[in-house]
Design a protein around this ligand. Structure first.
Ligand SMILES: Nc1nc2c(c(=O)[nH]1)N[C@H]1C(S)=C(S)[C@@H](COP(=O)(O)O)O[C@H]1N2
Ligand SMILES: [Mo]
Length: 318
């Protein structure tokens, strides 16, 4: 199988323009206010290209960009897979404030520009597995959450890192209408143990496929935890709180028998209503065939994260 780098997934012209654009962002200009920067976005919206270290290679076959940005779970914009791409188009992600607070010595706030230039951006090609048993491979752009945690300097009491999505019912129809939003009590909240949060796989993502995140994928900043089911990878984050106690997270609160706090991808622990032993490959198999593949333990990242769960009964702590 072909080895992919960022150069394979982004038109060359975009690469050549990156340096220019990032300079503008550094000067405090807003990327989205730049004149047409010529990014060949598949949808009508033009998204700014990002400057990142294009070092990642992978044997994984990338999911087509149109699927990554067109088949989404973002219940704030409706429960249908096509709803977020449709209803999030005018979602205002700039200006934005991400607040870092709680059990830290150095609480701080990042504005929209600072999300993109405080930490060096890199590309990470990861498997992405939804609890609904479908799978993608996504070329994310972002930075390790560990870098942000270092800057915040957690106190010895910080045992959990808690993430909050924006609460804005005027912009998010799913927050205004309980049925449209899948019955969730918003805002959407997710959390990791501090050890999980510090793992070098854990990413705060600001882009994919060489460009800023489209709104349906969680712009301007979202979490990516590749060894856990997708619902842990919370979108459009406005607050990160360090806490001594484990919070009640969104899906765990809604259906504790079906969605656990850990939510580690595990082929041996089925969802009560379906098997997790195999997964449907999104964009795979062409028009007529549905391609399935075996689910990998920790989504293929056991070497990197297996030690985090030594001695833990994964059937009980699902
Ligand atoms: N705020 C928020 N974050 C969310 C969700 C959501 O509904 N709201 N859905 C989750 C689920 S179930 C999945 S599978 C992923 C989907 O991410 P993607 O659309 O970028 O593939 O986002 C996760 N993050
Ligand atoms: Mo999901």
């Amino acid at each position: 199988m072909k080895k992919l780098t960022a150069y394979d997934v982004t038109p060359e012209s975009v690469f050549n323009q990156r340096r220019q654009i990032i300079k503008a962002v550094g000067l405090g200009l807003v990327a989205s206010s730049l004149p047409n920067i010529g990014v060949a976005a598949s949808d009508s919206k033009k998204l700014a290209a990002l400057d990142f270290k294009a070092t990642s290679t992978s044997d994984l076959v990338l999911t087509p960009e149109s699927k990554v940005t067109g088949y989404n779970n973002f219940y704030e914009f409706g429960t249908d897979k096509a709803a977020p791409a449709k209803f999030a188009q005018n979602f205002k992600t700039d200006p934005w404030q991400l607040e870092i607070t709680g059990e830290v010595e150095n609480p701080f706030v990042l504005n929209h520009t600072q999300l993109f230039n405080t930490f060096p951006l890199e590309e990470r090609i990861y498997r992405f597995r939804c609890v609904e048993a479908w799978a993608m491979v996504v070329p994310w752009i972002g930075f390790e959450l560990a870098r942000l945690i270092e800057m915040a300097r957690p106190t010895h009491k910080a045992k959990f890192v808690v993430f909050h999505t924006l609460h804005d019912p005027e912009q998010m129809p799913g927050q205004k209408n309980k049925f449209f939003g899948g019955g969730i009590d918003y805002p959407y909240v997710e959390a990791l143990t501090i050890e999980e949060a510090l793992n070098s796989l854990t990413l705060l993502s600001v882009g994919l496929y060489g460009k800023m995140l489209p709104p349906q994928n969680g712009a301007p900043i979202r979490l990516v935890v590749p060894w856990k089911y997708g619902f842990k990878s919370i979108k459009s984050i406005v607050k990160i709180t360090f806490s001594e106690t484990r919070p009640r997270t969104t899906w765990e609160s809604l259906a504790p028998d079906e969605y656990g706090f850990y939510a580690n991808v595990n082929p041996n622990v089925d969802h009560p209503r379906w098997s997790q032993a195999s997964e449907r490959v999104i964009g795979g198999g062409g028009l007529l065939a549905v391609k399935r593949q075996p689910t990998l333990m920790f989504n293929g990242y056991e070497k990197e994260v297996g030690d985090l769960y030594k001695g833990l009964d994964l059937r009980v702590n699902f």
